[in-house]
Design a protein around this ligand. Structure first.
Ligand code: SAM
Length: 290
């Protein structure tokens, strides 16, 4: 199978010692989870970069109930809870979820945190795994922080990525919105490098993101990023790998699932693309048909 060649045979996508069966949890060795807070930089200043933009966008679209499908350690979910949204969070990695669950426990006396639902769920089975909390559907599903690109194209026809996005759509109520982002892989492929600072990841301790791209049958199939974090005595290196979503290709996958005529706005680093023509991140807002 394609995945065996690319992910396991040719290039190692995860640190040693992680099982290769079941959900491909790249965070399973706990290395990234442990230094995630350092990697993303000061939590408050991270979300400060896009808090107003995101909150305004959600409010303008009448969103109250949000599903964060790649909550990781909970950074965005926590920010939204603090802003008064009702939040359900999910992630496939128990190593990452551990930190979100800990925060929920520590702040359980605050009503918003007491009501915060956190589930372990893989996007491929997302709807089935969380249908008991979907109800009439969410006003918004968010998948931020270059998370979606973790899903590889195991069969060479992007069927799993499409299945995941269909699941996101299924969790939305009619008229609800999906906010999903990816790094600017067009630019990464053009320049051969990944900016080590960006609106999401702005830690002064990330010294470098070494970037490699693997081509398979003439097409870019895998981007490997080796992160080097150095903070005082702590030095950590972890490797994460991503499917390089090209701007036009990703647009057409979204349109294929949500429909050609639906509202689809694209932002660059949470600003208008006119203002930032070559952003580090593209953020797509696409609406489920009413
Ligand atoms: C880059 S982290 C981002 C977390 C958080 N959104 C942030 O910005 O800090 C990506 C997250 O996506 C999750 N993830 C990757 N593939 C997944 C899948 N197939 N199903 C559910 N979660 C997945 C990982 O476990 C990880 O916690």
């Amino acid at each position: 199978m394609f995945a065996d060649n690319i992910e396991e045979g040719v290039f190692s996508v995860r640190s040693d010692g992680i099982p290769t069966e079941g959900v491909r949890d790249q965070y399973a060795d706990g290395k990234a989870a442990k230094v995630w807070e350092i990697f993303i930089g000061d939590q408050k200043s991270r979300t400060e970069n896009y808090r107003n933009f995101l909150v305004d966008l959600l409010k303008k679209n009448g969103c109250k109930r949000i599903l964060d499908v790649a909550c990781g350690t909970g950074v965005d979910s926590i920010m939204l809870l603090q802003e008064g949204f009702e939040v359900v969070s999910s992630d496939a990695s128990d190593k990452m979820l551990k930190y979100a669950l800990k925060e929920r426990w520590n702040r359980r006396k605050e009503a918003a945190f007491d009501k915060w639902i956190i589930e372990e769920a893989n996007w491929l089975n997302l709807y089935d795994d969380i249908k008991h909390v979907v109800g009439e559907g969410f006003d918004a599903v968010i998948c931020l922080g270059n998370s979606f690109a973790h899903m590889m194209d195991s069969f060479g026809d992007q069927r799993e990525q499409k299945q995941a996005i269909k699941n996101f759509e299924k969790c939305l109520k009619p008229g609800g919105i999906l906010l999903i982002d990816h790094r600017n892989y067009d630019n990464i492929l053009e320049t051969g490098s990944t900016p080590s600072k960006s609106l999401y990841y702005n830690s002064p301790h990330t010294s470098e993101i070494k970037t490699s791209v693997l081509f398979y049958c003439g097409k870019p199939a895998l981007t490997i990023m080796d992160y080097i974090i150095a903070a005082g005595n702590l030095r950590s290196e972890f490797r994460l790998s991503y499917y390089p979503h090209m701007f036009e290709g990703f647009k057409s996958i979204l349109k294929g699932i949500f429909g050609e005529k639906t509202k689809h706005d694209i932002f660059g680093d949470f600003k208008s693309l006119k203002e930032i023509p070559t952003p580090a991140f593209y953020i797509h807002l696409i609406q489920k048909q009413k």
